[in-house]
Design a binder for this molecule. Structure first.
Ligand code: FES
Length: 346
């Protein structure tokens, strides 16, 4: 069988596709990275625009042909080539652009933000051979001396270079969270592996019309902080709405920061939400759960991308609530889809 090729807009070298490979499999085998989560045609996150050629999409089953008009959109994870093709892929990372590395980092500080949330500052090695790139919204793994590891969102933006920030909650009945914090508080260096995770954004690939909605629960704020700081560092002027929810107002451990973003940037709107106000008698802000708060404010999801960081229960509740108001699943981005996938819809 003749080898088929993928030509990618903005990339000089064609990608050869092996027999039986999907578009996504071929790209990943060759070191490209693109948004993907379920790998079975459900989340629709891996959309590509077909500029030339023909594709057979397995699920949802259909044949796509580029005919010079509006480029049909295919799902890379379930599409096989029927001819050579030319495609445009938003946010595609070229081979080697971001690679995962394990590094020994300096621990700069571990400070208390509230009674149980700590801000950890790390600094990656300066040597060029150890330089590491990451995207806003990705996470890293911290390794303990006994080889165990735990994952934490990177709260800093890639624009801050090799200085990393993490927000870590000490959970009394979580032996791992206590072990990680004890190690960080009593050591000068720590092994980290990064970058990890497929829920990230890149200021350069945000369309001018897109509205960006961020929904964070508790320390899920750290992932959102990275993305928002990256957008602000790159002077993105899109409309940005940030929702941060917690049971108790004291768990909104860094409230002054998003309040400052909203004060200093006319395109940023911030809504803190407390779900159990009886725990916070002095709270005078919004109450309720995050999905409810988001839907109270948004009556449509056209040109909207939602980034959610929190428990699977929160993320899926938000997804269901927003889908009931017209949002497509592909408009919501979260690491939850990778580590706690729901069964495919029947
Ligand atoms: S990764 Fe392709 S549809 Fe989910």
């Amino acid at each position: 069988m003749r080898v088929r090729r993928i030509l990618i807009e903005g990339c000089d070298s064609p990608v050869e596709v092996l027999s039986g490979e999907t578009l996504l499999e071929a790209l990943e085998r060759c070191g490209f990275r693109m948004r993907r989560s379920c790998r079975n045609g459900v989340c629709e996150i891996c959309e590509v625009s077909l500029l030339q050629g023909q594709l057979q999409q397995r699920y949802p089953r259909k044949q796509l042909s580029a005919n010079g008009g509006v480029a049909p959109v295919a799902l890379a994870c379930t599409s096989e080539l029927l001819t050579d093709i030319r495609v445009k892929i938003k946010g595609l990372k070229l081979p080697g652009e971001v690679s995962v590395k394990k590094l020994n980092s300096d621990i700069i500080s571990v400070e208390v933000l509230t009674s149980d949330v700590y801000r950890v500052r790390l600094q990656l090695p300066a040597t060029a051979s150890q330089a590491v790139n990451y995207h806003a919204g990705q996470y890293l793994d911290i390794y303990l001396p006994d080889g165990r590891k735990a994952s934490f969102s990177i709260a800093s933006a890639p624009d801050q270079g090799r200085d990393l920030e993490l927000h870590i909650r000490r959970i009394a009945d979580s032996e791992m969270s206590c072990a990680v914090l004890d190690h960080l508080q009593n050591s000068s260096r720590v092994d980290v592996e990064l970058p990890k995770g497929n829920c990230w954004l890149d200021a350069a690939s945000i369309g001018p019309e897109s509205r960006l909605v961020f929904a964070a629960a508790s320390t899920g704020f750290s992932q959102i902080k990275s993305m928002v700081e990256h957008l602000l560092a790159n002077q993105v002027m899109n409309h940005i709405r940030i929702y941060w929810g917690a049971r108790d107002a004291r768990d909104l451990y860094h409230l002054a920061l998003p309040e400052q973003w909203a004060r200093e940037h006319a395109n940023v709107h911030f809504v803190p939400v407390v779900s159990e106000p009886e725990l916070s008698p002095d709270w005078i802000g919004r109450t309720g759960v995050l999905p409810q708060a988001v839907l109270e404010d948004l009556d449509h999801f056209e040109d909207t991308q939602v980034y959610a960081s929190g428990s699977p229960a929160m993320v899926y509740a938000l997804l269901d609530a927003c889908e009931a108001h017209g949002m497509k699943e592909s408009q919501l981005h979260s690491d939850v889809f990778a580590y706690a996938p729901r069964p495919a819809k029947g």
